[in-house]
Design a protein around this ligand. Structure first.
Ligand SMILES: [Cu+2]
Length: 133
């Protein structure tokens, strides 16, 4: 092999190793979604037709930053509903948009995630946020 060929081969190996590392990191990130979001950690939720991902989350009580992304093709909403029924926060987004907002989770209980765009809740676009100490 000429020096140049060897250099190209080395670069290709490095690139492959980089891809492998990124893939492994990506996989482990997916595995963490069901873990509790500690205070100060972002709660990331993705909406598509017709589901939230993840559809079940766990968080500690208190103030959290929520990042909602609409990866669907139509408008989707994320409404966070307290156990007693009060809507704590709601954002409706066009396809491809992302919004970040803060929500105060007052105490332990089962909070609901809803998309209230016409027909979406009925089609199963709902989720669950369990708040536990
Ligand atoms: Cu929706």
């Amino acid at each position: 092999m000429s020096d140049q060929t060897e250099e190209v081969a080395t670069m290709m190996v490095r690139t492959l190793v980089t891809f492998a590392v990124v893939a492994v990191l990506g996989l482990s990130a997916c595995g963490q979604e069901s873990r509790p979001a500690a205070l100060g950690q972002e709660i990331r939720i993705v909406g598509t037709e017709m589901a939230f991902s993840p559809e079940a989350l766990i968080a500690t009580p208190g103030r959290h930053r929520v990042v909602f992304t609409n990866k669907g093709a139509v408008y989707h909403e994320l409404a966070i509903v307290a156990p007693a029924g009060a809507v704590l926060a709601a954002r409706s987004l066009p396809a491809g948009a992302t919004v970040a907002f803060d929500v105060e989770l007052d105490g332990p209980g089962t909070y609901r995630l809803l998309c209230r765009e016409p027909g979406h809740t009925e089609a199963g676009m709902v989720g669950k946020l369990t708040v536990t100490d």
